[in-house]
Ligand binder design. Structure first.
Ligand SMILES: [Zn+2]
Length: 379
């Protein structure tokens, strides 16, 4: 090989590495965009497929003054009683029917057809305010709710978060009106179920069920996953422990025939007004919610926590400030066009340069031949 060709070869290799890497990036980007568009289309078609049931999720009920003093996450998990009443009034005025746990499970099995505009109101943890603040309002508006109670009164969840509220005592659990509030399980200790060993998980699932059944004198058939820390193993163990259904905090609504192990619910933050509740109950809004959830959870599952977390946070921030719209689609298409244009243009340009070089070499050979020179390799 002539010495003068070495820089050209190095250059060629660098070019190949660059275009290969860029093309790989373009392929990954294309797959991500196709998966995202597919997920959005699937969410829309599913949520708009017919009458479905949405599970609303509340936690703590506080006074307006207490709520005004809250910051950050506590505003997500607490609601002022005035706000809660605004939600109930809005539901009643629009003819919403609140299902019992039993009706909800029968609906999933196809054994019960709920009235149009049915919702399931759920309340997590079992704070004192469920009895003192939520039950009177539910009774006033003729509504029902399912209460998922953490069995251990000393669980950390009752000392975390503001304003601090203790768990209902067993006597207070018995004092709940069963025709208004149905008690179901929410773990024993409220610790992440996904991180427990098989043995600890089995104890946690069985103990919470037994303690609550003993406290209320009624059967406990369902549970809600504390902190939404669950996976397939947790769902399987819950089934083995005798539960009939497991509620999560994934986005989406319920439909006839859905697997009762892994039912979605939507948290109703304390800063949601009636329009916020309307947005949760709107099928298109729910489809977007499901899409965002997949786009923020997907990176964590695919890339692991270390890389996936920052990606999820970035996606979450993007959609929090700019809810999914056609602009995102146009932006994604533009990015794709750019991603594919670069390697295609670069290859084309390099092809043109190579053709020109070939032409130049051919001319040189011709010239030398005409002058009677011996060209190496062309004798
Ligand atoms: Zn909880």
């Amino acid at each position: 090989m002539p010495v003068t060709d070495r820089p050209r070869t190095i250059h060629k290799r660098a070019f190949q590495v660059f275009t290969s890497a860029w093309t790989l990036g373009a392929i990954v980007l294309t797959l991500v965009v196709v998966a995202a568009v597919g997920q959005l289309a699937y969410s829309y078609s599913d949520e708009l497929s017919g009458p479905r049931v949405v599970c609303l999720m509340y936690h703590r009920f506080v006074t307006q003054a207490e709520y005004d003093a809250l910051r950050g996450e506590d505003r997500f998990y607490s609601i002022a009683t005035e706000r809660f009443e605004e939600h109930l009034r809005w539901l009643r005025d629009r003819g919403y029917h609140t299902l019992t746990t039993e009706e909800c499970l029968a609906y999933l099995r196809g054994a019960f057809t709920p009235p149009d505009n049915s919702v399931l109101i759920t309340i997590d943890d079992g704070y004192l305010s469920t009895l003192t603040r939520a039950q009177p309002l539910l009774t006033k508006y003729g509504m029902r709710a399912t209460l998922f109670v953490t069995a251990d009164e000393n669980a950390r969840v009752f000392s975390e978060g503001r304003p601090r509220q203790r768990r209902l005592t067993n006597e207070e659990l018995q004092a709940l009106d069963p025709s208004v509030i149905d008690v179901q399980a929410h773990g024993f200790s409220h610790r992440p179920l996904r991180e427990m060993s098989d043995d600890d998980l089995a104890v946690e699932l069985t103990a919470s069920r037994m303690v609550l059944a003993k406290a209320t004198g009624r059967a406990v058939r369902c549970m809600a996953v504390p902190g939404n820390h669950y996976d397939e193993r947790v769902l399987r163990k819950a089934r083995e422990a005798g539960y009939d259904a497991v509620f999560t905090s994934d986005a989406g609504s319920l439909d006839v025939g859905d697997d009762p192990f892994g039912l979605p619910r939507v948290n109703v933050a304390g800063y949601f007004d009636a329009a916020g509740v309307a947005a949760i109950l709107d099928p298109a809004g729910m489809a977007r919610r499901r899409f965002i959830r997949t786009m923020t959870e997907g990176p964590k599952q695919l890339l692991g926590a270390a890389i996936g977390e920052p990606v999820s946070r970035a996606v979450s921030t993007l959609f929090a400030t700019h809810p999914p719209s056609a602009r995102h689609l146009y932006g994604a298409m533009g990015l794709l066009a750019l991603a594919w244009a670069v390697p295609v243009m670069a290859r084309k340009k390099r092809g043109q340069r190579a053709a020109l070089r070939k032409q130049a070499v051919a001319c040189e050979i011709n010239d030398r031949s005409n002058e009677g020179e011996t060209i190496p390799g062309h004798s």
